[in-house]
Design a protein around this ligand. Structure first.
Ligand code: HEM
Length: 450
């Protein structure tokens, strides 16, 4: 069985200029192959240093043990700030802590059970949308993106993607993504901080349109809450939760910031993961058949069914290992550090790369192979604890991690219950990192009814 697609690495030594150019094309292929073996690597630029860290102990220090000393680098948000404002994804310190205290209860376990019917409806709708395409070759990212956007609107605002405001947000996001600079880019390329950043034409206008639409949804919900007619969904939960420390609630503006990030972080990532999972199954028909068999349990909407989708979870987890939707994260050091006998100065950019960590040759057995059974092995379990961070880790772990681990396997199984997917000869997807890890020219699959 051939290995799942992996982008070619660049030669070890290139000029800074060539590096920056490669970077503009794609951050994955801009990196040298040694990053799949190194514990730590240093990148020198004329203005600052960045360090890529693969050693599990170092990652633990930064993400879990001392997160307050390694805030999110604000370089990361440069391309996203017009859209996301003061959203929890970009804030640091006390503001971030207050926001998480209000948001986290909406995503905890018990709440997921209540959210489940909305996810189930979205999975049903996704399977129905595929029906006219049976017997055809289709681009599956467009379908998974549609499905994941539907999940967000149904769970957050109790409306399906067909609702005019939901549809407009979804369409406008596609325009925004085409126009905005790549996430992470500014964290690596040698631009000094004082240099003005230019957004591509249309980015700001597009962000303003999205925010207007989300504001309409949020204001409408404020009125429903005041009138006592609001549905009991995630938006209502978040908007009525008071911070246990200060007693404050989100005002409209701050809620709009959060809705924007839920939509962006919640749909792009899940869409990418689902599309890659379907491709991996198209190229591993034995696993696909096993999942289809397991999916027979999907009959009526009952949260208990999730405990029966074991293989589906293992496969989804393996896809998140090989194609982590968020390929890299960046933090900034605030005090002098000594990491692996190197002095790391305040202001240095620390890059944590799920992409490299998940394929690290000194940690994983068969690092580039697709093997969902690995999670039952000693090596797989050790690596899952120490070298697997598709949702990050520690205090700043993805708020939607539990949500995504229900949504992903559910939609996957629901599709495979009714359909078979097969790879299309000559159309091997090439992973590239844009906002999330996507395929350069889409992921094309042959769809047939089971
Ligand atoms: C497969 C799906 C998903 C993946 C792989 C994923 C991954 C991640 C990662 C790696 C981060 C940390 C980024 C960083 O620290 O730079 C993150 C943060 C975040 N994610 Fe997710 N995510 C997924 C789904 C979701 C969903 C469904 C939601 C919400 C509905 C969500 C909401 C968030 C939010 C709000 C943050 C910011 C947390 C903070 O900084 O405190 N994500 N996600």
């Amino acid at each position: 069985m051939s290995l799942p697609p992996k982008p070619a690495s660049r030669p070890d030594k290139v000029s800074l200029w060539r590096y920056a150019r490669l970077f503009r094309a794609d951050i994955l292929s801009a990196q040298p192959a040694r990053l799949y073996r190194a514990w730590m690597a240093e990148f020198r630029t004329p203005f600052f240093r960045s360090y890529l860290m693969n050693q599990p102990e170092l990652i633990k220090t930064v993400l879990k043990d001392r997160p307050d000393d390694f805030p999110k680098s604000d370089r990361i948000g440069e391309g996203l700030r017009p859209l996301l404002g003061n959203s929890v994804f970009l804030t640091n310190g006390d503001t971030w802590k207050r926001q998480r205290r209000i948001i986290d209860p909406a995503f905890e376990g018990g709440r997921l059970r209540e959210t489940f019917p909305a996810m189930w409806e979205a999975a049903e709708a996704a399977a129905e949308r595929l029906a006219p395409h049976a017997g055809q070759v289709i681009e599956i990212e467009a379908e998974t993106s549609h499905a994941a956007a539907d999940v967000i609107f149904r769970t957050l605002f109790s409306i399906p993607i067909e609702h005019h405001l939901a549809r407009e947000v979804f369409e406008e996001f596609k325009t925004y993504q085409r126009s905005q600079p790549l996430l992470n880019l500014a964290a690596f390329v040698p631009l000094p901080r004082w240099m003005p950043r230019f957004f591509r034409r249309g980015t700001k206008a597009s962000a303003a349109r999205i925010r207007r639409l989300i504001t309409a949804l949020t204001k409408g919900r404020m009125e429903e809450i005041a009138a006592g007619t609001a549905p009991d969904d995630l938006a209502t939960k978040i908007m009525t939760t008071a911070d246990p420390v200060t007693g404050a609630r989100f005002d409209t503006e701050e809620m709009v910031d959060q809705v924007a990030i839920f939509f962006l972080a919640g749909h792009e990532t899940s869409a990418s993961a689902l599309a890659w999972t379907l491709y991996l199954l198209a190229t591993h028909p034995d696993w696909q058949d096993r999942l289809a068999e397991e999916a027979q349990v999907l009959e009526t909407c009952d949260f208990a069914v999730m405990s029966k989708l074991r293989l589906s979870r293992d496969v989804f987890r393996e896809a998140l290992r090989l194609y982590p939707p968020v390929p890299m994260m960046v933090r900034e050091s605030t005090c002098p550090e000594r990491f692996r006998d190197r002095d790391v100065k305040p202001g240095a950019q620390l890059v944590l790369s799920p992409w490299h960590l998940h394929r690290h040759e000194r940690l994983w057995d068969n690092p580039d192979g697709f093997d969902p059974a690995r999670w039952g092995t000693e090596n797989g379990q050790k690596c899952q604890r120490e070298a697997y961070i598709p949702f990050s880790a520690g205090a700043r772990v993805c708020t939607g991690a539990g949500f995504a681990m229900v949504e992903g396997p559910l939609i996957l199984s629901r599709i495979l219950r009714d359909y078979r997917v097969a790879a299309v000869p000559g159309r091997v997807p090439v992973p590239v990192a844009h906002l999330t890890v996507r395929s350069e020219r889409g992921i094309w699959l042959q769809l047939t009814r089971r």
